[in-house]
Structures are given as structure tokens and as C-alpha cells.
Design a protein around this ligand. Structure first.
Ligand code: HEC
Length: 233
């Protein structure tokens, strides 16, 4: 046993002696047993790069793409409100609540009026179809493609308990922002305005669910679709 401890002490001293002390600076290339991702090819925005023919490290956006929150012409979306906003304030617009209580209605920061509300709801449809449809389905019934792969418990947004007035707009906005249960939030992915546009679109989905076919606008849309389908054949 005595020799074991002696051998142990000598080996330990050797190992510690051979390894340089952590934190010490050395001009030598370090010996790395597990390089992880310490060295990797990367581009820095204001630095040259030999990889690209033009020698620039910073790249322009790929043709046909544009940064989140901006339109292709570089303008922000839908009338004057800064689009590239993900959070910040503590008001109704940012949180969906007023003094701790969910409230109803579209916040005035959205600057909605008769001229732009149509485009706003269409924008809601666009972002809903990208972000929510896979789970909640095109009509909001909770039967999106994820459900067919077995994701359980996806809410049917057309049920009465998600409608006015029992389920306020601010609460819907809060679920989109922060998530709930198995659903993740979108506060890092969708700008404020887009989250409110989804609220408006989900309300439209809920209403259209109960609208009678005799309603003139629905009848017109139905006939237009029929015509389109017949034209395609
Ligand atoms: C990955 C699948 C998934 C996506 C994508 C998703 N949801 Fe959900 N959503 C769920 C699930 C699951 C629940 C049930 C959560 C629970 O109650 O635990 C839910 C619940 C909800 C609820 C009801 C919350 C409540 O109060 O009970 C609303 C409203 C909702 N989602 C809206 C949306 C909207 C709007 C989007 C798009 C921005 C979206 N969801 C995207 C899976 C998803």
C-alpha cells in the first residue's frame, strides 16, 4: 500500500509537471487533444477573405432574400411603424396587458385605419401560415401536419374558449409572444407588429368559421375559387 501511494504521488507530480499551468501564456502552438471548434473557417464582416472572388469577407444578402422585418426594397413594412422591434416596452402593445390584465383590441401603435387594415390581416395570414399552420392547421383547427405526425394536445383555435370576449386579444398575443405549455414563444422570431397581425388573422379565422355561405363576400370568394379551379382543368 505504501508503494501504491508513492507511485501515485510520483505519477501525479509528473502529470502536473508536464502539463503547463492553465492560464499561463506561451508563444507555442498548444497541444489540443480535443480541438472542439477552437479553430474554424469563418468570415468577419469588415475583413478581407480569400475565399470569395471579390476578396471581401462581408457579403451582400443572397438575391431574392431580405432581412427579417424589411421589405425587398429595404423599406419597413406597412406604414411608418418601426418594423424591426421585438420587445422593450411595458405597454399593451408590447405585453398584451394593461396593469397586469389582458386587454382587448388592436394597439394604437399599429396605426391601423381603413386603408391599411386589409393588408395588415393579409400579413397576418402570411406569418400565420409560415409559423403556426404546421401545428394549428390552415383553418386553425389544430390539425396541422405536426398533428398527423403525432404531436399531442395542439389547441383548436376555432373553439369558443379561444374567442372573444373570454379569451382577450392580449392573451392571444401573450401566447404567441411567450408560448404556453408545449408551445414555444415567438418573441425572438417575430417582430411585434407581425405578432399582432397574427392575432388579427386568428380572429378572422374564428369568424369565418361561423360565417354563413350566403354572406356576399364569402359567396364571391367561393365563386372566384371555383372559376380558378375550372380554369386550371
Ligand atoms: C410546434 C407546434 C406549434 C406551433 C408551431 C404553434 N403552436 Fe400554438 N400550441 C401548440 C400546442 C401543443 C398548444 C397547447 C399548449 C398547452 O396548452 O400546453 C398550443 C396552444 C396555443 C394556443 C392556446 C393557448 C391557451 O391559452 O391554451 C394558442 C392561442 C396558440 N397555440 C396560438 C399559436 C399561434 C398564433 C402560433 C403561431 C405564431 C402557434 N400557436 C404556433 C403547438 C404549436
Amino acid at each position: 500500500m505504501k508503494y501504491f501511494f508513492l507511485a501515485y504521488a510520483i505519477i501525479a507530480a509528473l502529470v502536473i509537471g508536464l502539463l503547463p499551468m492553465r492560464g499561463e501564456k506561451s508563444p507555442d502552438t498548444p497541444l489540443r487533444l480535443f480541438p472542439d471548434m477552437d479553430d474554424q473557417d469563418k468570415l468577419k464582416s469588415q475583413k478581407p477573405s480569400e475565399f470569395f472572388a471579390d476578396g471581401a469577407g462581408g457579403r451582400h444578402p443572397v438575391a431574392g432574400t431580405h432581412p427579417l422585418g424589411f421589405l425587398p426594397d429595404g423599406q419597413t413594412d406597412l406604414g411608418g411603424v418601426p418594423e424591426y422591434e421585438f420587445g422593450g416596452g411595458a405597454g399593451y402593445y408590447e405585453t398584451g396587458g394593461i396593469e397586469g390584465y389582458y386587454s382587448n383590441g388592436m394597439p394604437e401603435e399599429l396605426g391601423l385605419n381603413d386603408d391599411n387594415v386589409d393588408a395588415f390581416i393579409r400579413r397576418g395570414m402570411e406569418v400565420y401560415n409560415v409559423n403556426c399552420m404546421p401545428c394549428h392547421g390552415e383553418s386553425g383547427d389544430g390539425l396541422g401536419v405536426a398533428a398527423s405526425y403525432g404531436v399531442p394536445g395542439i389547441a383548436n383555435l376555432t373553439l369558443d374558449n379561444f374567442k372573444h370576449p373570454g379569451y382577450p386579444d392580449g392573451r392571444l398575443y401573450d401566447v404567441i409572444t411567450n408560448g404556453k405549455g408545449n408551445m414555444g414563444g415567438y418573441k425572438h422570431n417575430l417582430p411585434l407588429r407581425d405578432r399582432w397581425a397574427i392575432v388579427a388573422y386568428v380572429r378572422a379565422l374564428q369568424l369565418s368559421r361561423k360565417a354563413p355561405l350566403s354572406e356576399p363576400s364569402i359567396q364571391a370568394a367561393f365563386e372566384a375559387q371555383l372559376k380558378e379551379e375550372q380554369g386550371a382543368q
